[in-house]
Structure formats: structure tokens, C-alpha cells
Design a protein around this ligand. Structure first.
Ligand SMILES: NCCCC(=O)O
Length: 434
């Protein structure tokens, strides 16, 4: 493509969704990715959880909207019959009521306001669904060298809330590839193995990018969707100065362990968010359980200097997470061979993403996704396409933020909620839960 209207840096699930939505709207997009295949950055390591409970009303509205695209995936993409599509598995999501999450009062209030279905469950209903669970409380989460680790605190879990529409996507990299294939049908182009090393500027606005091999590609719009590399790309563009929200690569380990004897978690399990032990889990293929961290205060954050050079081996983080889960499931067997994923989040200061323009005209960013935006990729793609049109059409998004109507639910989003210049949002969980 000699003259793209827009260059999109990154072909993860959000970058691919932006390409699809912009191409559908008539833009000539060129997507660039340094990896050899679409969706092979941090999207490939995503747990691909589609859930609705967020700590803010806007976060809940966005996630509830986001669910509908996964439910209607084939229709949304409009690809040919027989296309190999990622699958959405609707398992529901059970969230334990705890002191840490305020007994989920605000989460239920937000869901009720948005007509997002949920059910309050008693301890007996939890046990019916998950008979391998003990409902002893262990809070707060501890390190394994704490003498109290593994000892119940004398209290019992008081109940939970179940969001029945929640689930997960079986192959997140494939979902990004689906989006990019759909984008191509609308004329989008993609180049993999293409690493951006410079953001070009002329006459006070962005004018394109330079690749590692020296090639320059010109376009009036460039969008940074570089995932954990977002801060490096923002620095190349010189747009960090007016940002109150920072983005940084954060290393995370995700554990895969076999279901305990006599219980098929893959078939009978559900997603569980359990802030009593600071873990979330979901069914994983091969009758495994996937265990991720909800970032308790006792665990030091593993910030990385850049998104290429980090330890890809499992550490005691893996064992700590597995052992914390064994508190809840005493019959869990923990294999000596570690299995799972080591990858990076593009974590923002308040664990809420940035979907915004920048101080450099024509340069945009969809970043700081903090491990909790996979589910929102399609709606983020639509919103970013609308934002580009609004700003390129003369709208002053900083002074008069775009108001964007969510197509399925009809809710109106003030896109300024995702501003790079917002005050830190104190309503956030400051964890992967957003
Ligand atoms: N990336 C871990 C799970 C994120 C989420 O449930 O939103």
C-alpha cells in the first residue's frame, strides 16, 4: 500500500479490531507488527476472559457491551462459511463476596443499572457448583514463607455473585487473526516482521513511521497499539509530557494445573474471581485449571525495563499461585513440572486503559490495557475508529471529549474517561480486575 490513511502499530486483538473497524469505515489502513504472525504478542498469552464485573460504572458498561461481540462472533466478522473461528465458551463467572471487594455492592449496582444479568449465590450454591471447594476464608493473601500461609482465619466465605453470560475465548491469537482477516476483506493491509523504530513528524503533526530496515512509510494518522511496548512507542513520538497516566510492562505468570481427581473442571467448572485468596481461575483445555493472580499487596510487582528483555522462565510466583489455590481446593494435585504462561501486561497507573489522542496531532494511542481489556477489543476498535474521525474532523477531544454510544446496549460513553490526562481513578481495583 503506497498511501495508507492510517498506520496501526500492533496486531494484537485490539490493534486488529481497530484495523477492522477503520477499514469497514472506509479507511485505508496498514497494520505493522514486529512479530512473525498476527496476534503473537501479549494477546497470545491472554487468558481471554469475557466477564462483566468491573470497579467502575464505565468499565462495567464497556465490558457488558464487549461481551455481545464474542457471543455473535461469526456475524460480527462476516467471514466466509467454514472460516476457522475462535470459540466463545460461556461458563459464567462466579465472584466471591469479600471485604476487599465491598461484598460486590457496587458491582451489582452497576450491573443492575445496565440490565446486565447476575445472581446472588449462597455458600450452599457455591458448593453445589464447585464441590471440591472449601469455603474457609484465608484473607489476606500471604507469601508462602508467612507462618500463617495455608491456615484459615476462622471466618467462612459468605456468598458470591454469578454473572451467567461470562466465559472465555479458546484461542486468543486466532481471534486477532480472525479480526485481521475480516479487516483484509475490507481492504486493510498488514505487514508482520516490521518493527517501528521512529515516529516521523512534519509541520507539527505525525507523518508516518520508520522501520528497523530503514524504510519510511508515510500516513497522516498513526495509532499506537503496541501492547507492552506502548511506552517506548509513545516516547518515540515525544508525547509522554502531557500524560498523567503512565504505561509500563509488568511481568505475570499464569499457572495451568490438572483438575483434582473426580472433578472435571473443564466441563463443570466456571470462571472464579476469588479476592479472598487473590486469584482468578478458569477452565483450561485438557481438563486443566488456569490460575492467575489478582495482584495482592504482598506480591512485589515485577516491572520490566522493556518488552523484549524479561525472564520467560517460571519462578516462585508460579508455586505461590498454585499453593494459594490449593488452600481453596485441598484435593488439588500440584505437578512438579510447571506449565502455563509467562507474559507481560501493558499496565497503566490505575489499571484502566488509555484510549485517546495525544499531544502530537494525528498520533493516537490504545494502550495501558493492564491485562483486562481483551474482552473489550471489538468495542475499543469501534470507539477508536470514531475517535480518529472526530479528531481528524476538527473535534477538540481534550476540551470537548467525544461522546460515544455503545451500539448493543445503547449506553453513552464519555470517551474522556479513558484520557491520557485524567486524574488517577481512585475507584479502580488497582489490579487486573480493572
Ligand atoms: N488477564 C487476566 C484476566 C483478565 C480479566 O479477567 O479481565
Amino acid at each position: 500500500m503506497s498511501n495508507p490513511d492510517a498506520i496501526i502499530i500492533g496486531t494484537g486483538v485490539i490493534g486488529a479490531a481497530i484495523a477492522f473497524e477503520m477499514a469497514k469505515a472506509g479507511h485505508k489502513t496498514l497494520s505493522l507488527d514486529r512479530n512473525a504472525q498476527v496476534g503473537h504478542g501479549s494477546t497470545a498469552g491472554s487468558c481471554a476472559i469475557i466477564r462483566m464485573h468491573y470497579s467502575t460504572f464505565d468499565g462495567t458498561a464497556f465490558a457488558w457491551e464487549g461481551y455481545h461481540y464474542w457471543r455473535d462472533w461469526a456475524d460480527y466478522l462476516g467471514l466466509h462459511e467454514g472460516a476457522n473461528l475462535a470459540q466463545f465458551k460461556q461458563t459464567g463467572c462466579l465472584v466471591m463476596k469479600t471485604e476487599a471487594n465491598g461484598q460486590l455492592e457496587k458491582h451489582m449496582k452497576y450491573s443492575a443499572e445496565l440490565d446486565c444479568p447476575f445472581e446472588e449465590w449462597s455458600p450452599e450454591q457455591i458448593t453445589d457448583k464447585l464441590p471440591v471447594y472449601t469455603l474457609d476464608s484465608f484473607a489476606p493473601a500471604k507469601r508462602m514463607d508467612d507462618p500463617e500461609f495455608g491456615h484459615p482465619n476462622g471466618r467462612k466465605m459468605g456468598g458470591a455473585v454469578f454473572w451467567p453470560q461470562a466465559g472465555y475465548v479458546t484461542d486468543p491469537a486466532l481471534s486477532a487473526q480472525n479480526l485481521m482477516e475480516a479487516a483484509r476483506e475490507h481492504g486493510a493491509e498488514v505487514r508482520t516482521g516490521a518493527e517501528v523504530v521512529e515516529i516521523l513528524q512534519s509541520d507539527g503533526r505525525v507523518s508516518g513511521v520508520k522501520l528497523a530496515d530503514g524504510e519510511e512509510i508515510h500516513a497522516p494518522v498513526v495509532i499506537n497499539v503496541a501492547g507492552p511496548g506502548s511506552a517506548i512507542v509513545n516516547a518515540m513520538a515525544g508525547v509522554l509530557d502531557d500524560m498523567t497516566i503512565e504505561t509500563r510492562p509488568l511481568r505475570q505468570e499464569v499457572v495451568h494445573v490438572p483438575s483434582p481427581e473426580g472433578f472435571n473442571f473443564e466441563e463443570q467448572g466456571t470462571i472464579v474471581s476469588d479476592s479472598d485468596i487473590s486469584l482468578y481461575v478458569r477452565p483450561e483445555h485438557g481438563n486443566h485449571i488456569l490460575i492467575g493472580s489478582e495482584d495482592p499487596e504482598c506480591d512485589p510487582h515485577q516491572w520490566c525495563q522493556d518488552d523484549k528483555d524479561y525472564n520467560r522462565e517460571f519462578t516462585d510466583q508460579w508455586t505461590t499461585q498454585a499453593m494459594r489455590y490449593a488452600q481453596r481446593v485441598p484435593s488439588l494435585g500440584i505437578p512438579s513440572k510447571t506449565r502455563g504462561v509467562v507474559d507481560l501486561y501493558d499496565a497503566s497507573t490505575d489499571w484502566i486503559p488509555i484510549y485517546d489522542k495525544s499531544s502530537l496531532p494525528g498520533f493516537y494511542m490504545a494502550c495501558g490495557t493492564s491485562g483486562n481489556q481483551y474482552k473489550n477489543a471489538p468495542i475499543a476498535g469501534k470507539m477508536m475508529a470514531a475517535l480518529v474521525d472526530y479528531c481528524e474532523g476538527g473535534g477538540d477531544h481534550d476540551a470537548a471529549p467525544l461522546q460515544f454510544q455503545l451500539p448493543y446496549t445503547g449506553h453513552m460513553i464519555d470517551v474522556g474517561f479513558y484520557s491520557r490526562k485524567r486524574p488517577i481513578n481512585e475507584e479502580s481495583s488497582f489490579s487486573v480486575l480493572g
